[in-house]
Design a protein around this ligand. Structure first.
Ligand SMILES: NC(=O)c1ccc[n+]([C@@H]2O[C@H](COP(=O)([O-])OP(=O)(O)OC[C@H]3O[C@@H](n4cnc5c(N)ncnc54)[C@H](O)[C@@H]3O)[C@@H](O)[C@H]2O)c1
Length: 331
């Protein structure tokens, strides 16, 4: 039985806490969040202790592992403290908004032999995982191109935008990790373009963007295209296509049912897409947490690492530099 404390009782903290509480090999000991109104009802509903100090939660003797779901600008401090205390960690992305700090975190985790998993949940979504397996099994031959479309239904709240590190480090980072997962080879060239066409005032205030495209190329010539927008009026749009020498693999959006409707006015109508990440990736979050708990309980390697977090961040930084300079960045 792995005893876990979750840090953060916001959108992602709630899903991780609920999944820990439901897991047969884990016990949710505590949830820590400085905002009592966020943590108290959640902890009560899940039978855990509500705390306001995340450091005190990490320090508890009755806690073996920590799940970090706090705003992105304090991941590094909490992660390092947990590793120093010998606790295993599952941490939301990014490690930190800066490369230097992220590299220092990776070095520290390595030096201390820390067990840290980056929460790249999409790798654990059944169909994306199946695509990866099919690639590994050689079903489509050598991968040539990966196309990733990832659009949010709407802009996040201003407070979130403020501490997010910007769209490339916050949102595109998932797709950059997906690109690495599907390409099976590290990108060495990054080009990007970025616009403020959803909410210019908000994004300009934080030197951020809301609509971006990235292209990646590996040393052997494999290509990847990523497109992101913070607003898609038809819902949370998450699609991946992998094109190879002997075939193609695709995963489309998900809906509550697969029913298609025909009437006098419309044909091929389907229900709206699953609303946002909490619904679309509910299975992925549960499988991700299960992979974390199972690896620790069985003493096996964690499926993702801080190095994966650093590599995805390096690609995000290269995309930002490409936007700034208008040049392709070579890694
Ligand atoms: N993997 C994913 O699909 C995914 C989705 C959403 C968010 N995230 C990541 O999760 C993190 C949180 O995002 P969110 O959408 O849940 O944000 P949120 O604003 O909904 O919640 C953050 C919570 O953390 C609390 N908090 C602030 N400082 C804290 C501290 N020092 N210790 C403990 N709690 C603290 C806040 O009071 C708030 O309740 C971000 O890093 C984000 O990048 C990941």
């Amino acid at each position: 039985m792995l005893r876990i404390a979750v840090l953060g009782a916001g959108r992602i903290g709630r899903i991780h806490s609920t999944n820990v509480a439901a897991h047969p090999n884990a016990k949710l000991i505590a949830i820590a969040d400085p905002v009592a109104a966020a943590v108290d009802p959640l902890a009560e509903a899940l039978g855990a202790e509500a705390m306001n100090d995340p450091i005190a939660a990490i320090d508890r003797d009755d806690v073996d592992a920590i799940v970090i779901g706090t705003p992105s600008d304090n991941h590094a401090d909490l992660l390092l403290h947990a590793v120093a205390k010998g606790k295993a960690v599952m941490c939301e992305k990014p490690i930190d908004a800066g490369m230097e700090r992220s590299q220092a975190v990776v070095d520290d985790v390595k030096a201390k032999g820390g067990k840290v998993m980056m929460a790249f949940n999409r790798r654990f979504e059944t169909s994306f995982a199946a695509i990866r397996k099919a690639i590994e099994a050689g079903e489509i031959g050598e991968v040539r191109q990966v196309i990733i479309s990832s659009r949010d239904p709407g802009l996040p709240p201003e407070d979130y935008v403020k501490s997010s590190g910007g769209i490339f480090r916050d949102m595109t980072i998932h797709d950059l990790d997906m690109a690495r997962f599907m390409l099976g080879e590290e990108p060495v060239e990054v080009s990007a373009t970025a616009s403020r066409i959803v909410d210019e005032a908000l994004t300009a205030k934080y030197d951020d963007y809301d609509t971006v495209m990235v292209t990646l190329k590996t040393a052997s010539g494999k290509q990847c295209h990523i497109n992101n927008c913070r607003e898609a009026v038809y819902g949370y749009d998450q699609r991946v296509e992998v094109f190879g020498a002997t075939g193609m693999l695709q995963h489309d959006n998900l809906r509550p049912t697969t029913v298609r409707r025909w009437t006098a006015d419309i044909t091929e109508a389907q229900e709206p897409l699953l609303n946002f990440f909490l619904q679309r990736y509910a299975q992925a979050y549960a499988s991700e947490l299960d992979a974390f708990i199972t690896a620790l309980v069985e003493g096996k390697p964690l499926p993702t690492s801080v190095e994966d977090g650093l590599k995805a961040l390096a690609l995000a930084e290269a995309a930002i530099e490409s936007v700034r300079t208008g040049q392709t960045v070579r890694l």
